[in-house]
Design a protein around this ligand. Sequence first.
Ligand code: ADP
Ligand code: MG
Length: 302
Amino acid sequence: MTLEVKDLTISYGRKTVLKDINFKIPDNTIIGLVAPNGTGKTTLFNALIRFIPLEKGEVIIDGVKYSNASKDIKALHKKVTFFPDQAELYDDFSGYEHIQMYRDIWNKKERDIDGIIDRLNMSDYVMNKVKTYSLGMRQRLCFAMMIAADTKVMFMDEIMNGLDPVNVELVTSVLQEIKKDGKIIIVASHLLENLDDYADEIYFLNHKDVYYTYDRKKEVDEYVKGYIKHDDVKDILPLPEGTMYLANNRVCIPTKDMKKEEVFHIMQRLRTLSSDSVSLGPLGTNEHYLRIYKGEQAYEES
Ligand SMILES: Nc1ncnc2c1ncn2[C@@H]1O[C@H](COP(=O)(O)OP(=O)(O)O)[C@@H](O)[C@H]1O
Ligand SMILES: [Mg+2]
């Protein structure tokens, strides 16, 4: 299965938010969708699932094109779910009833609801009415509803919002499990380091487009990553070519031309210059984010 988007353009009135977007996603894939607030992540989901009509472009699943015609949209909604907005939950129904409803709408009679509830640690509250739920409890319910619907394509908008660290871990591991059933999952999230735990590829939205993508499996060059104040940079010069000095004083130093002792030495130096953690590894979503949205700082006097 594939999800393909061609030349997708969406505007609100005269304001174009997404312009000529193209991508193609194979199955067994989780894509992390990353961008600052107001860039167009939710708009992209709304367009793909056709809560707003396509202004221009095509959405193709498994070679089948889904136009704005209502029969196409109906067929599309059999294959795709969008993480339900918390505002769409019914206060006077229980979590259990919500999960049941999603399972039944998508006709997944074989889905074991109790298993889902158990897996998501919801048994102590799922029979209570939704109006008694906290933000994080509602969030887990929305996630459980999608798992019950069990569609091949899933769009999840900010699913980690409001979850405590234990539940972030829980949702992360469930995502990794369900992806193996041949799914295509797009997750918009601001938890950048967490995305590195489960996303296969990251799409950064910028300038109305999928501006930069990176495949974590192909990211092999290792960097020494740490923090250093601008005034201290002179103490570790010269830095090798390809060094990135990012916002928040984040520094990433490529190690590919270094001997082991040099790598060790530079890590020690960074540790003495800053109390923040120093690590060795490939660039992560966090570093790409800083580079794309905040730019690089100069570290040498020119
Ligand atoms: N229904 C709407 N009408 C007009 N403008 C909208 C609407 N929804 C979103 N926008 C605008 O589109 C841009 C992208 O919003 P959105 O897709 O919600 O971004 P994100 O999900 O990345 O935070 C923002 O400038 C927002 O103000
Ligand atoms: Mg949004």
